[in-house]
Design a binder for this molecule. Structure first.
Ligand SMILES: [Zn+2]
Length: 369
């Protein structure tokens, strides 16, 4: 961990002042030694000139040492920079993974887990740079989990294979099942995305981030505060470039009115039939609050109760029918997988993709986190 973690402005200011001090000391030494009648002649009464020379030299070296300590290799770089440290411990790091289908906890190298989770989370047909971005997000997600008590569902495991709790995960046999005769090609592609980003994790102010991601942002990601609460500077809403033909960009769901209220009733037993309309939206277009009969519910809660793809929807009521037009897929916070795919298609590399979706972060090698 860095000893000191200033803002980039302060870091630059201190570096600049140190350089000025270095120059002044050098100038003072020169003036004192060479020009007895110069500006620094007042020092002529110092009893031991050698002591002055020693102190001046020590000060110059001190400033030099501090300048070295301010170097990006020692201090975290400003947001948007990439810092790759030479040490990589992630190959050797063993994590505990609870396999919820086999009902057992296994020990697994972190990098091997990243490969299997990547295979579970992303389409093998996606661009290599999009896969690499997702690999970094997965690795960071695990490191963050390990630092925050591990899997919340299965005690004792760092992560589990249940996507509802942690991340999706494909075992070798599951990969063969979904990829068939393309298994060799696709698994090699996934392995490469993991190994090309070996040990790289996303950090903010020197700490691994909570690298949330989702399938399709539908044009704009969401501030984490509006979905999960909390204020994280690196999880703000950003423009996302999914197209209408990207995976699950738009879906339509139809309910009979009675079915609509029955589904809500399972979660909110006090609900009574009545008006259905949207009351307010966030800047991204996702629903903030909605009128559902006698209740005012958040878009996030309506999405969960009805099983909608996202909280970004329009609702129309015609007679006994309630129709939801839903944009995007997932909670909308952090990296959008479909957006990453679009950026990669347009030629952006995985670093640019990550810097876009996670505001003000840097990429570092997993070492002693
Ligand atoms: Zn879990």
């Amino acid at each position: 961990m860095p000893l000191w973690n200033p803002t980039p402005f302060i870091k630059n200011l201190v570096g600049f002042l140190l350089q000025i001090i270095c120059i002044l000391f050098l100038y003072a030494s020169y003036t004192y030694g060479m020009a007895k009648n110069g500006f620094f002649k007042k020092f002529k009464n110092i009893p031991d000139r050698r002591l002055y020379v020693i102190l001046t030299t020590a000060a110059v070296f001190g400033c030099f040492l501090l300048s070295v300590l301010l170097h990006p290799a020692v201090l975290p770089p400003p947001p948007g920079d990439i810092r790759i440290l030479p040490e990589t411990a992630s190959e050797d790091r063993i994590i505990t993974v609870y396999d919820h289908k086999l009902c057992k906890t296994v020990e697994q190298p972190l990098e091997d887990y990243v490969f299997h989770a990547l295979a579970g989370e992303m389409f093998a047909s996606y661009e290599p740079e999009a896969l690499k971005a997702q690999a970094c997000a997965i690795r960071t997600y695990v490191v963050y989990k390990m630092e925050h008590g591990g899997c919340g569902k299965y005690a004792g495991a760092d992560v589990c294979t249940d996507f509802a709790s942690c991340l999706a995960y494909s075992r070798d046999d599951e990969m063969r099942m979904k990829w068939g005769d393309k298994t060799e090609e696709y698994s090699a592609k996934m392995r490469k995305a993991a190994s090309d980003t070996l040990g790289e994790i996303i950090t903010y102010e020197g700490e691994p981030i909570n690298a949330l991601f989702h399938s399709n942002a539908g044009g704009e990601t969401e501030d984490v505060q509006n979905v999960f609460g909390g204020n994280l500077a690196y999880l703000k809403g950003v423009i996302s470039c999914e197209t209408a033909d990207s995976y699950k960009y738009e879906t339509e769901v139809t309910f009979a009115k009675e079915e609509f209220f029955n589904k809500l009733c399972a979660q909110y037993p006090d609900v009574q039939s009545g008006e259905i309309c949207i009351l307010s939206r966030y800047e991204s277009g996702r629903v903030e609050t909605m009128q559902a009969g006698n209740l005012t519910l958040s878009g996030v809660k309506v999405r969960a109760a009805l099983g909608l793809n996202s909280a970004h929807f329009d609702v129309s009521v015609t007679g006994d029918t309630v129709v939801f037009n839903v944009i995007g897929y997932g909670h909308g916070v952090g990296l959008s997988q479909a957006g990453a795919q679009e950026m990669a298609t347009e030629g952006f590399d995985y670093k640019a993709i990550l810097m876009h979706y996670y505001t003000g972060v840097v990429l570092e090698r997993f070492s002693d986190f």
